[in-house]
Write a protein that binds this ligand. Structure first.
Ligand code: NDP
Ligand code: NDP
Length: 316
């Protein structure tokens, strides 16, 4: 057992990231049933949809699962009420100040993890009383930190600066990258993109194929003036680029983004007009696999890579 498997009551120190329009109850329960922490991404769910997914997830697994809540969600208090009523045991918060909600959850015995992208926010989360932080680097898909810290640099920095467990995220999709993150001092990893492209993900098949066929350099971090996000290049991105090239402002970017672009791209499969959020690891995701195969593959690669690692011999 390590700090994360003990804290979360799971077999492997792996969290399936909460991802809008991908991680409904099918993905979360499959992840939990295969030894990792499954997570429902509540950001794109209306309150009654979230309740439905929690209830379906409870029926589909007897193992622990969590709900991810972006703290800037419009009806945040309503969501928390549902988590409390449904007795959700683990909550992952992101995108906001953890000091507003953490103590309430801790008083109810809920384990709380918070996503951060720099030391300042990691310390704030530790002071707020969270059980662990998820340190997410620049490689990650979707919402991203402003500082552009890569996972390679972010994880050891956070490990040096706080005393609670650290989960590494961003750029991790294989047993090899999991081993690298653990070597940097992480107690566990959070994996998003590879699970977004699993069979159990709610994402549209056209989106999954687009990711499978993508290569290095195909994702880009953009829209920093609004909220930095990493997405795949497509027609929608060309429209963003055209605005930047002529010189743009926040208002124009907001108008172009409009509403519901992530749903359009990821859930409805509109590859031209949708916002196709995914991490840099999309370049090494080459097929749509079941959650079971993904996890078994990651664990086997981790063990094999660890045993084959070059050991430096001082005597030579
Ligand atoms: P349903 O069980 O009503 O499923 C809706 C339809 O989508 C069904 O035809 C179902 O197939 C299919 N479907 C959904 N997910 C998958 C999947 N992973 N693999 C294969 N087929 C799938 O709805 P859900 O319980 O899935 O969701 C309830 C509500 O939540 C829906 O309104 C949906 O729009 C929303 N939702 C929101 C998500 C988000 O991130 N915001 C993610 C997922 C769903 P079948 O008939 O075979 O069950
Ligand atoms: P938009 O404002 O463009 O669209 C809102 C989308 O969320 C619509 O598709 C809408 O569905 C759905 N939705 C679900 N619940 C609500 C609600 N209570 N009020 C309004 N809309 C709701 O937002 P985005 O699509 O850019 O982002 C949606 C959410 O996802 C945000 O809360 C954001 O914080 C979160 N997010 C988190 C990410 C992460 O990495 N953690 C990444 C990206 C987004 P419908 O069309 O059916 O009305």
């Amino acid at each position: 057992m390590n700090k994360i498997t003990k804290l979360l009551g799971i077999k492997y120190p792996i969290i399936q990231a909460g991802m809008v329009w991908c991680s409904g109850w099918r993905l979360a329960s499959a992840a939990s049933n295969n030894g990792v922490l499954g997570v429902l991404g509540a950001g794109s769910m209306y309150p009654d949809v979230l309740r439905e997914h929690i209830q379906k997830c409870k029926k589909a697994t007897r193992h622990p699962f969590a709900v991810n809540i972006p703290l800037f969600y419009p009806q945040i208090d309503e969501l928390f009420e549902i988590l409390f009523q449904e007795k959700v045991k683990i909550v992952i918060t992101s995108g906001g100040n953890p000091s507003l909600y953490t103590q309430n959850m801790k008083n109810l015995g809920i384990k709380v993890l918070h996503v951060i992208a720099n030391t300042k926010f990691a310390k704030k989360a530790e002071d707020a009383g969270v059980d662990a932080v998820i340190a997410e680097g620049f490689e990650a898909g979707g919402h991203n930190g402003r500082d552009e810290m890569t996972t390679m640099c972010l994880v050891p920095t956070i490990v040096q600066n706080i005393n609670i467990p650290v989960v590494a995220a961003g750029g991790i999709a294989t047993g090899q990258s999991m081993l690298a993150a653990m070597s940097l001092g992480a107690d566990g990893v959070q994996i998003g993109s590879r699970f977004a492209i699993s069979r159990e993900s709610s994402a549209h098949e056209l989106f999954k194929s687009y990711v499978v066929n993508s290569k290095d350099g195909d994702t880009v971090l953009t829209l920093k003036e609004l909220a930095p996000v990493r997405m795949l290049k497509n027609d929608f991105y060309k429209q963003i680029l055209a605005l930047y090239q002529k010189g743009t402002n926040k208002e124009e970017l907001t108008n172009l983004l409009g509403r519901g672009r992530i749903k359009k791209g990821i859930f409805e499969g509109d590859l031209q007009e949708g916002n196709l959020e995914i991490g840099q690891v999309s370049a090494i995701i080459n097929s749509v696999e079941s959650v079971k195969d993904i996890i078994q593959n990651i664990v086997a690669d981790y063990q094999l890579t660890k045993s084959n690692l070059y050991s430096i011999n001082d005597k030579v």
